[in-house]
Design a protein around this ligand. Structure first.
Ligand code: HEC
Ligand code: HEC
Length: 444
């Protein structure tokens, strides 16, 4: 017994001495000057101060136990990394657009519980965010959105882009490749559409997400965590306009983004290679391959969906609802803020040709399907809506009429007849006019 006690005493002393000695290597937390502190309402600053500033600012308020090695090594490393991502003490060095983008990401990191870091919250209880804190952050970040209903900025540019597209739509002369070697896929326009979304955050826009055969099968079978190798997802992004009735429509084509799953090529980003091609010239985004990590870091928010945000919600378990297009192609997508709906207009080639010409000279054989979903919040991103449950499928066909003319047939194929904003079943003619008034969105 005395022997054991002696041993314990020796071990204890050694550990204590060790702890004392390593204090000489305990890092000093640098506190560079505060040059341009973030400005926001008092309630917002209070939340950032208590939950984020210890790591993401030059004014950490550390407890005694944060300063003792080995804990202090972790603290110093966290602070170094956290400041390299963003620093609330030098916030003014960012452009307004960068500040807004970052704030949306910060709020989403906070909502998801990924920030502040869990290990830190264990020791710093007061840093834990309440649901009221989250509401304050959400409300503030929503107020930053530059987009105003009724905005017509960019309409003229969109008109010019559409006029050029209608005139002439040449095949790409060269297929672009991003710096991380992910190559654009011509022909994705024939793939299955997985979802449609519209964002009200710092990037107000409408998006349509396509999946190749492997990706579409993975969605239908709910095999998305992890996604199979070979899955490729393409997202097309358009700027938007919104009228006073809440109708959100695509304006200019903005960019195409891709994710392709290849565990061998992209081990550092859970197998995903990312790419973005901007403007109708499809200029690759990103100067070096490391942009891939920037994309991945934010996509970690959707880790439960295998790093993909825009997967339709689960429907009849275990299937996810992929709308069967019956071979029709995409014409355009639109949303309504008041009715909280998202729609895609599909059509066969003659229908698309007619819509592109925009002259209302119909020929028998045109088929249009207008699919409308109730919109729902994106599970992993506050700031984006995605199509939720299917509300209606309307079909319009042009059939031969008398004397060699043509005639329109219209019916509701699935779901309920759409209602107008007053909640009254919309007039049949109004729906026909709506469908025939749509013009195709500019696709790359
Ligand atoms: C204990 C230190 C710590 C605290 C407190 C903390 N963070 Fe972080 N944060 C980090 C570290 C370390 C990183 C970089 C590593 C990573 O991204 O996981 C980071 C990265 C981030 C990123 C960038 C992710 C990326 O790479 O794109 C955001 C956004 C973020 N934090 C937001 C917040 C917000 C908002 C708060 C407060 C609600 C907060 N953090 C509190 C340590 C912290
Ligand atoms: C600040 C966060 C953030 C960053 C950084 C980011 N994304 Fe995303 N991404 C999102 C969100 C949120 C969505 C889903 C919302 C939407 O697009 O409607 C999304 C969707 C996508 C999609 C459609 C598939 C999906 O996940 O829903 C692709 C493809 C994509 N992003 C590619 C990229 C590429 C390429 C980059 C880097 C150049 C990138 N993303 C960087 C947040 C981010």
């Amino acid at each position: 017994m005395p022997n054991t006690r002696k041993k314990a005493a020796i071990y204890g002393t050694v550990i204590l001495l060790g702890l004392i000695i390593i204090q000489f290597w305990s890092p000093d937390i640098e506190k560079p000057p505060v040059t341009g502190k973030i400005k926001a309402p008092v309630a917002v600053i209070a939340i950032l101060d208590k939950a984020c500033s210890d790591c993401h600012s030059n004014e950490p308020k550390l407890n005694w136990y944060d300063k003792i090695a080995p804990a202090s090594w972790l603290v110093a490393s966290d602070i170094r990394q956290a400041r390299s991502k963003f620093n609330l003490s030098t916030w003014n060095s960012l452009t307004v657009a960068e500040q807004q983008g970052l704030f949306w990401e910060m709020v989403n990191m906070a909502i998801s519980g990924k920030m502040p870091l869990g290990a830190y919250v264990l020791l710093h209880h007061s840093a834990k965010l309440s649901s009221r804190d989250i509401d304050v952050l959400k409300k503030y970040v929503s107020s930053l959105s530059a987009f105003q209903p009724g905005d017509t900025a960019g309409t003229a540019a969109a008109e010019r882009q559409f006029a050029a597209y209608r005139q002439n739509h040449p095949a790409l002369s060269m297929v672009p490749t991003a710096a991380d070697s992910v190559t654009y896929v011509p022909g994705f326009q024939k793939w299955q559409i997985i979802s449609t979304t519209n964002r009200f955050d710092n990037l107000p826009s409408i998006r349509v997400v396509y999946g190749n055969g492997i990706a579409a099968r993975a969605v239908a079978d709910n095999h998305i965590n992890p996604w199979p190798d070979g899955a490729t997802i393409v997202k097309v992004v358009w700027d938007i306009t919104e009228d006073k009735n809440g109708n959100i429509r695509p304006a200019s084509f903005n960019n195409v983004q891709m994710m392709t799953k290849d565990n061998r090529r992209f081990p550092a980003t859970k197998g995903w290679g990312f790419a973005k091609f901007e403007g109708t010239k499809l200029v690759p985004f990103g100067a070096s391959a490391s942009f891939n990590t920037t994309c991945y870091n934010c996509h970690r928010l959707a880790s439960d969906y295998g790093y993909v945000f825009n997967v339709p919600p689960l429907t009849r378990d275990p299937k996810r609802g992929l709308f069967n297009t019956n071979g029709l192609g995409f014409i355009t997508s639109f949303a309504n803020r008041k009715q909280q709906t998202q729609s895609i207009l599909y059509g066969n080639d003659p229908a698309r040709e007619m819509a592109l010409a925009g002259n209302n000279r119909h020929t028998p054989g045109e088929v249009f399907n207008l699919v409308t979903w109730k919109q729902t919040d994106n599970k992993y991103w506050y700031g984006s809506f995605i199509n939720g449950s299917l509300q209606s499928v309307e079909t319009l066909t042009i059939i031969p009429g008398l004397n060699g003319g043509s005639q329109i047939t219209y019916r509701v194929l699935e779901g309920e007849a759409p209602k107008d904003s007053a909640g009254i079943v919309a007039d049949r003619q109004a729906r026909i006019d709506l469908i025939l008034a749509q013009r195709p969105s500019v696709l790359p």
